[in-house]
Design a protein around this ligand. Sequence first.
Ligand code: DCP
Ligand code: MG
Ligand code: MG
Length: 542
Amino acid sequence: MSVFELDDHSRTIIHIDLDCFYAQVEMNKNPNFRSVPLGIQQKNIVVTSNYKAREFGIKKCMLIAEAKKLCPNLVLANGEDLHDYRQTSYKVTNLLQKYSHLVERLGLDENFVDVTALINEKLKKSSDVEVVGNISGDSSEKCDCGCTERLTMGTVIAQEIRDLIKNDLNLTTCAGIAHNKLLAKIVGSRHKPDQQTVVFPNSALELMLSLDCLTNIPGIGRTTFEQLESVGIKTIEDLQNGGVKKLEPLLGADKARIIHNFSYGIDKSQVKPTGKPQSIGLEDSCKSISVEKEVRNKLEQLLNRLLLLVAEDGRIPKTIKLTVRKFNKENKVSHRETRQSNINPSLFSNQSANKTKIMTTIMHLFNRIIDVKKPYHITLLGLSFTKFQEPPNLKNSVASFLRRDLEVQSVISIESQNGVDEPESPVPSTSSVELKDVESPSPSPSPKKLKLSNLVTKKRCFEDYYEDCESPSKLKVADLCLESVSCPPDADQDVFKELPLEMQKELWEDYKRRRSAEMNLCSSQVKKPKPNTLLNYFIRNN
Ligand code: DCP
Ligand code: MG
Ligand code: MG
């Protein structure tokens, strides 16, 4: 079977790489740097430079002395503190997560985004689009699996993403669009800066053969290169012709197969999400809005888009936050205010969210920020969902039993987050749609809530244990036991029954300790937990 018959074109991957990343961050901090050749200095090396400096032949990792010879007017900015780069890097990833939950970070300035789901959605509505940006190779020969349409739509989305990064963060990027990660990364660097390039599968081989050096293939570093060279493999063709068998003794079976596939532009690796975002939000700046109906329209539009993103994410939000930027015509100053409220998870049923009720909540929040009886000018509206819970298929699991306390944790953390600039309403642990008056002081958490939050760590270990179980039968040990243990009243009885006796005992003991601590709280005679706690038990088991 030909290696190409194993290839799969069903995905669309976008690789995004920021242009002269550190230099762009510095130019945003100090716009005077834009008009000069700028090098970013770490020790005696220029780690990167802006494109003006590159015109003088300055390359990454060049010695300062050498760079100065090439460009005596080179301005240097110190780039040893990575804080701002890291922060900007995460802002970029957060923006990308609006397009797909499959976003994988690679270093500080690169991300892969798998936009397959979004593209399939968009193609249902219209496939009448043209390629945006550059095309690698000849695109006249088309594959009939639908990848041409998908990748073409991918170029439209890549442009949208790049525009968003430019508008929101003032950063230019390059993008590569392809049906796998390897090709997306390679093709993205074909046209720089501030450009994008797509490669269709029929041009993949040509793209691979055009690489000057094996080290241009991601995954082939200096060591692998030397290993390959030692057996006479110096070019992509050598790699292809040598076959997997020749590579295996050098690289091991797995790596040999991967590298051999790479030489043909084949890469089956998935975009592995780098953790889910803590909030999913959208903002829209606008010309001054002063009428409530317009505000509602804008917010409805935002909510519709946001609900699509939440549906794709799969988690159920528990809190909604509204951001409003107000413009004060007298002193010509803008400032942002936010308010948040919890929302009932049941508003997000299996198929669709109850938009009307969510809008009611949002408009309540709006009326807390803006007194609509007085004139106002709004120049930005934003909505975001924060605090998520997993979808209901986890209900009745040990995790859901444990999650009861996690809910309480979120109350405490939000209370402690209440800032001076952006007052936010504390989120009650009840799940109905409620609005707390943000002007009123935050209620201090009750001793019980605080105590429950202490169990969170314990619960996490518990969840880890659950996930680590090789088979659910481990949890059925309790079924075999004749001895029975009382179920704490705040636990889910069904789940409790499923737990091993050891855990049941620990939970019961824990409940008794909490009860007794509560009783003794006023007299400050809380008994210390005994050293051999549930936590220890699980740490040992992990
Ligand atoms: N970097 C570094 N050391 C290196 C290479 C890069 O510290 N040897 C830092 C500086 C870069 C950032 O990482 O700004 C991203 O690396 P890139 O290779 O993507 O380079 P740039 O983004 O600077 O430039 P380009 O426009 O070529 O992507
Ligand atoms: Mg870069
Ligand atoms: Mg990079």
